[in-house]
Design a protein around this ligand. Structure first.
Ligand SMILES: Cc1ncc(COP(=O)(O)O)c(C=O)c1O
Length: 419
């Protein structure tokens, strides 16, 4: 663990990201955490084995510490979970094999047939497909809301959700993928209290924090119950791993860890090691990417072949969304979408003309990625539902990386000629 600075202020997130959760003396003095490449752990004795199982499965506080089997937990997982919890401001965290594994665990751990999910729109295509498909198949309905910054319309959608069943989870993706649409987390919490009064059960408020991450937005500090992050994106940061994380109270995270053990969606040892290492440079990468993104967004906004840019920094002053952005976020991130003046064919011509930017889904890596959401990330979302939330054939999503911004700008300008 990172040592507390006696009588001093708590360490800053940048400091926690580098060392928190790892004690070199627990690993023979290794300055950096080893990768514990083992699937199982040797018990010191039969009696200790029993005590470890009692502690893990029944929460018996018998002082047993150690690991049992990699699917239940392992030292690399302890490190990344401590680090993520510290960055998110949670009591604990649970890490999973992907963001989708984390989302699935939350929904299946806290919902039952007959329950309803009230959720923001748009959502990441995978989340939307999960709710509309597998989760719906279990008898759990979903009701979406598009305005998450004004009380009256959100209250109407909450009534609509309650008419369908018991609202168990409010799922909020803010800013949303790919439109950067903002939801007011404090407002959603107030609505959760209204729902609790009406139905006698307080829904869990879960925030997908993937688009900004812990250095730019802390949903738990605003009162959310769970903060879910696809760590594949900015935390992993190099487009070379898949991981998901959830932070929150010890009680909620313990339940998720138990579900994870049974689903078998635990983050593996090698990926945990990569992730611990990536956390160390996350704030630096975030800063450079955000600086580049601001310049690229401005370039696109001023380009004659671009119809519109949905970049957080351009949220119009004087609007509810702007007020929420200023209250809730500490940065503009580096992923946004823009619409070209043209159709799908024109969008494809632009993508195929790029030489530096890479045509791929995902976001938050060191390299700049661009994609056509309608035919890729949001392929599974029906056209009508996509278009309602502003994802049409002219929409492109860009995740700006940390390359030299002039190279990115030059590449985009030459490719826009093809539109
Ligand atoms: C906002 C958001 N949430 C969740 C996910 C799912 O994460 P993963 O791909 O790690 O499963 C993604 C992936 O793109 C995402 O963009």
């Amino acid at each position: 663990m990172s040592k507390a600075i006696s009588n001093g202020p708590p360490p800053h997130p940048e400091t926690l990201a580098v060392g928190h959760g790892y004690d070199p003396m627990a690993a023979g003095g290794a300055a950096k955490p080893p990768a514990y490449m083992t699937s199982t752990f040797v018990y010191p004795s039969a009696a200790e084995a029993k005590r470890l199982h009692e502690a893990f499965f029944d929460g018996v506080e018998n002082g047993a510490t150690g690991h049992i089997y990699g699917r239940l937990g392992h030292p690399g997982l302890d490190i990344v979970e401590a680090r993520l919890a510290a960055l998110d401001g949670g009591e604990d965290a649970a890490c999973f094999a992907s963001g989708m594994a984390a989302i699935t665990a939350i929904l299946l751990a806290f919902l039952a047939p007959g329950d309803v999910v009230l959720h923001s729109r748009p959502l990441y295509g995978g989340t939307e497909a999960l709710l509309a498909g597998e989760v719906a198949r279990l008898g759990i309905k979903s009701v979406g809301f598009r305005n998450g910054v004004d009380r009256q319309p959100l209250a109407v959608d909450a009534e609509r959700a309650m008419a369908e069943g018991s609202v168990g989870v409010i799922w909020v993706e803010t800013p949303a993928n790919p439109t950067a649409t903002i939801v007011d987390i404090a407002l959603v919490l107030a609505i959760a209290e209204d729902i609790a009064r009406a139905q006698g059960r307080r829904p869990l408020v879960c925030v997908d924090n993937t688009f900004l991450g812990p250095f730019m937005q802390n949903p738990l500090a605003l009162g959310a119950d769970l903060c879910m992050t696809s760590l594949t994106k900015y935390a992993g940061g190099h487009c070379d791993l898949l991981a998901g994380g959830v932070s929150g109270s010890i009680a909620l995270i313990s339940r998720l860890k138990m579900v994870r053990t049974l689903f078998g969606s635990t983050l593996d040892a090698h990926t945990a090691w990569l992730l611990a290492r990536s956390f160390e440079t996350m704030s630096l990468r975030n800063e450079r990417a955000a600086e580049n993104a601001a310049k690229i967004a401005a370039l696109l906004r001023d380009h004659p072949k671009v119809a519109s840019v949905t970049y957080l920094g351009f949220t119009p002053p004087g609007t509810s969304a702007r007020a929420v952005f200023e209250r809730q976020c500490r940065g503009t991130g580096s992923t946004f979408s823009f619409r070209i003046r043209g159709d799908e064919a024109a969008a494809f011509r632009l993508l195929d003309a790029l030489k530096v930017l890479r045509l791929a889904v995902s976001l938050g890596g060191t390299e700049t990625l661009i994609c056509h959401p309608a035919s890729t990330t949001h392929y599974a979302v029906p056209r009508e539902r996509r278009e309602e939330v502003g994802i049409d054939d002219a929409t492109l999503r860009i995740s700006v990386g940390i390359e030299h911004v002039e190279d990115l700008a030059a590449d985009l300008v030459q490719a826009l000629e093809a539109v």
